[in-house]
Write a protein that binds this ligand. Sequence first.
Ligand code: GLU
Length: 528
Amino acid sequence: MLVRTAPKDTDKPVSDTDARMNSTDSSMTENDNSMTENDNSMTVNDNSMTATTPRVRFAPSPTGYLHVGGLRTALYNALFARRYGGTLVLRIEDTDRSRYVEGAAENLATALAWAGIDFDEGPGIGGDHGPYVQSERAAMYAGHVTRLLDEGKAYHCFCTPEELDASRQRQIAAKRDAAYDRRCRSLSEADVRARLEAGHPYTVRLKVPLAGQLQLRDLIRGDITVFHDAIDDQVLMKSDGFPTYHLANVVDDHLMGITHVIRGEEWLPSTPKHVLLYEFFGWETPQFAHLPLLLNADRSKLSKRQGDVAVEDFRAKGILPEALVNFVALLGWNPGDDRELFTFDELAAAFSLDRVSKAGAVFDMEKLRWFNAQYLRALPADALTTLCAPWMREAGFDTADQARTETVAATFANYISLPSEIGAFIGFLVHDTVSLDNDTQRAAVTSEDGQRVLARFAERAAGLDAWERDGIKAMVKQVQQDTGVKGKGLFMPLRLAHSGEEHGPDLGIVCELLGREACLTRIHACLE
Ligand code: GLU
């Protein structure tokens, strides 16, 4: 399929007064259907791996936090690198100074390290292709811009923010897409020189061919054809001398030897500009793989408005890194069988881009909680206790006795998805009395059978040698024989008397945790 793509303005200023500093991030707002794909798309598979060892990168812009979609991108890059014995690079894309957030790069590094994403090269790690922070690479971009200007593949644009805005309004009024109207493209050389000498502020724009088309091949989305006239004359260098994302991204991917660009689908509309830049520079284009969007349950784009999206938020909630990674790995990729639980190494062994879907992946918080529950249960008792102890204390439980605290945490791990939830289960260990919620519960305790069971239990309990779970369980069996009451009739009054709950962990453990005296006090309270 070969369809003309709609021209899009990816050059919108960040603010009205800021047209010259326009940021590339506005490309995030571009419409998904600005491109069409070939349905007989080729997919990547292991054969698509060339002889060269892959070099991939995660290239976040430090906006203040790590979005869970960013974590997915970082993860897929990491898995791809591990799977094929390649190299994973971290590059900080911080050329948009208007969006600079103090400490954001450090936050990113912390969140990535917490999630267990290990980079081979990057800021603070080193490598042969540094510096790995774009704001430290200004000279490299300037040289490349000069080269494009010299070769007639880029041009100076002196339009003021007001002029750009007015032009955009005219385009919109004429029901045309609000791409730059290219007026500076036809300035004479002398005119340009005069303005430069007079110190007029300028940006540098990409001189997109006016006719023809380009092909781009996406390993997930297949072959895509884009007509040149659908591509805006993208700003490459802003009036502050900083490169835009597009230029810096392409120059760096080339200089850093990146073989595969694996990134979110929101960058797909920018890719034709990147392909053009590779062509203009005469560089080999890396392979592209654009990952499907993450969606809210209502299939809108995953947004903060509908819940947590920052890795830091999940961490603060008590989501374990292994659970988050496992969950995120399956947002857009599947192993081809029904396995769900994967360690990082297992993911790396199974991962391939040909099992990444084109369709958006719904972020299901319930599923994440399920993964977390699995990983919580699998934790060693001391690690589990470290996570749960603050919440146990908050519920009034005294955690001074480490062994007892560990037993309680391990006992209730099966009932919780988040450490914070443990508080709701241990109230009976904290309070001296239990209260029954409803008549059915009260009836179970006050019924004739219930009273007989409780009385017999109390008698036997007083004489039991050691107060521990197995002995207590054996004793309950004897109470059954003594009274002839079994099943629900036996267990319900005992459970309710001890914990005030109809369900819960093994009765032997509940009694052991409470201690003999507390058990007897509770039973007697129910007998009165
Ligand atoms: N800096 C871009 C971002 O924040 C990187 C996009 C890309 O990987 O090319 O997502």
